[in-house]
Design a protein around this ligand. Structure first.
Ligand code: ATP
Length: 588
């Protein structure tokens, strides 16, 4: 297949804001694509060459791309550079300059998808001496054989700015439309949730149909999308919702880890699919030593502990294990334990379909519990009083609250979904309105007075899973200490955007825009209807969205969450409902 075919499809996707239309465009394209190429096409439509859990990202610096554009188009470098600074989009610049090529290429070779993938892989893997030079030359060779539209998307892809809006959910819809039926959509989504590999799902459905898709199951080495919890405002409501009986576990305040324990080696993944093995080599080793299964996938929370007393330490301590350098010292100085809470796979069997008690039983019996490998504290509770007592015990043990887990027959591990099989209840709920929010930074305002010359406040957004867009909920200017204010440019400026990023919906216009990249934890006093914020616009009242009042940064940068994993708009709508319920005096 020619890359121009793909570029034309991207262009059509970009020119429509309607998800239905995008689905139709993609479905039609998937149907006519060569089945063997579909996997790569799907990755390319998300600006990638492979699934996220495979290491390596395309992120070529603008100055190298400028050089390649200049070389391939025959224009001076300073012209290309000036245009990139003005537009903030090397793709647009490449398109304009390639269409005004100084000289027609004498020998040009067709740009096939195969060649594009091969050469982009060379760029992604280029390493060591001369790597910058090689990257630039490889891109120039691709641009040499490109038309304007192909050049636009090549340059956006290499710089990591490919946002045509082919969100996971849209691609899954399109796969159902092209190769199956609407009824098959949940099974297709499950296949994605248990493999985190949308290209694999595409290839499987195109080649083997729905039977093959249903055969996709959890396997060691392929991370599984994590199951998430709902929230309720009181233990009484949790007990009611759970039918009067449930398991309660301490909710540890650490870093969630999904461990893939192979016969020889162990890999640890974060909830955003980063490889954390080198951050917790001691945990990886202990898990292998203490695991009685040949192969297993487990989940647990890694928490820092006081080496003298074994007491759990606050979250900030375990973050020392997340740095890139000086890991040997961090492993020595910051002892951690893993508190295991789930079993997803054991010796050839996908356990995600089993109910909670069966999974928990096999988790406990499958390990020699001790040392760094512990189970979460759990108790089956049958009344509100028992639940409240357990919650008090959790706080006394320095945990942030409890996780209530359903004991029903259908209490399966629901990969990738937030539901009422797990309900969280945290100590914050007793002080503030509800839960904290994890919001994505999409803009900044310059400060005044003491903050003059630096960013003084940030424009924060929630994620709408349906549309794949970021919608604003507040301007955040409280809770920043001097160190954070000083560090803001280095935290944020890598994602500066000249204009409002296409995935952001905002009425408020900040001094600078950012591509969604950084997630911060925020607490607030209240969720209110807002004419200026765009989250859930028109959902509850025409002309109003939802905003949060008196937001305050907690000091916690959620670098374990990608922007798409931040608090969703539908969660905020739900919290708004919980809050209205509270003020009606209906809660206890
Ligand atoms: P939060 O910000 O409250 O940690 P979250 O969005 O990261 O929320 P939720 O599913 O809402 O995730 O809350 C559950 C989180 O709590 C898990 O992601 C996990 O990191 C952590 N956790 C701590 N103890 C447990 C436990 N016993 N069982 C399940 N998850 C636990």
């Amino acid at each position: 297949m020619l890359y121009s075919d793909l570029a034309e499809t991207f262009d059509r996707l970009e020119s429509t804001g309607s998800r239905l239309e995008m689905t139709a465009i993609l479905a039609e394209f998937f149907k006519r694509a060569d089945k063997k190429e579909l996997r790569r096409i799907v990755y390319l439509s998300q600006g990638k060459l492979h699934p996220d859990f495979v290491p390596g990202v395309l992120g070529m610096a603008d100055r190298l791309v400028v050089k390649a554009i200049a070389k391939a188009s025959g224009h001076p470098e300073d012209v290309a550079e000036k245009m990139v600074v003005e537009t903030g989009d090397p793709g647009q610049v490449a398109e304009a300059l390639i269409s005004r090529k100084k000289q027609m290429a004498l020998f040009s070779e067709d740009l096939t998808v195969d060649r594009v993938v091969r050469q982009l892989t060379e760029i992604e893997n280029a390493d060591g001496k001369d790597s910058q030079d090689r990257k630039q030359k490889t891109l120039a060779s691709l641009l040499h054989d490109s038309g304007p539209l192909e050049a636009r998307y090549l340059c956006r892809t290499v710089t990591g700015r490919m946002r045509v809006g082919a969100a996971d959910m849209t691609i899954l819809d399109a796969l159902a439309e092209a190769f199956a039926t609407k009824e098959d959509r949940p099974a297709i989504e499950r296949a994605f949730n248990v493999t985190c590999d949308i290209g694999l799902v595409a290839e499987t459905i195109a080649e083997g149909g729905m039977d093959a898709v249903r055969g996709i199951s959890v396997s060691v080495g392929s991370p599984v999308k994590v199951m998430l919890a709902e929230r309720l405002p009181s233990i009484g409501e949790i007990m009611e919702r759970m039918g009067g009986r449930c398991a309660m576990e301490f909710k540890y305040d650490g870093i969630r880890v999904q461990a893939h324990i192979g016969r020889e080696s162990v890999k640890l993944y974060s909830r955003r699919l980063e490889d954390l093995t080198s951050n917790f080599p001691d945990i990886a080793e202990s898990l292998r030593e203490r695991c009685k299964y040949g192969e297993a996938i487990i989940e647990g929370e890694c928490v820092a502990v006081d080496p003298e007393t074994g007491n759990m330490l606050p979250f900030q301590n375990v973050t020392h294990r997340r740095k890139k350098h000086g890991m040997d010292e961090a492993v020595r100085d910051v002892p951690v334990r893993i508190f295991m809470f789930d079993l997803l796979f054991a010796d050839g069997t996908d356990r995600t379909h089993d109910p909670y008690e069966s999974r928990r039983g096999s988790l406990e019996s499958g390990f020699e519990i001790g040392g760094q490998v512990q189970m979460t504290t759990m108790r089956v509770v049958e009344s509100r009083e028992e639940g409240e007592e357990f919650f008090a015990n959790a706080l006394a043990a320095r945990c942030e609250g409890i996780m209530a887990k359903s004991l029903a027959e259908d209490s399966v591990y629901r990969a990738g979904s937030r539901g009422f099989l797990w309900i969280k209840y945290k100590k914050d709920y007793q002080q503030a309105l509800t839960d904290s929010f994890d919001l994505t930074v999409v803009g900044a305002f310059y400060g005044m007075g003491k903050r003059a010359g630096r960013y003084g406040a940030l424009l924060m957004a929630a994620y709408d899973q349906e549309t794949g867009r970021f919608e604003t909920v507040c301007k955040l200017g409280t809770g920043f200490d001097d160190a954070f204010l000083d560090g803001m440019p280095s935290l944020l400026d890598g994602s500066l955007s000249e204009t409002r990023p296409p995935s952001v919906d905002a009425e408020m216009v900040p001094d600078v825009w950012f591509e969604p990249a950084v997630v911060l934890e925020v607490v607030a006093a209240e969720i209110t209807l807002s004419p200026i914020h765009t989250a859930a616009m028109d959902v509850l009242k025409p002309g109003s969205g939802l905003g949060i009042r008196f937001p305050r940064f907690t000091g916690r940068v959620r670098d374990d969450k990608s922007p798409e994993q931040c608090t969703t708009v539908s969660e905020i709508v739900e919290m708004y409902g919980m809050q209205a319920h509270d003020s009606d005096g209906l809660s206890e």
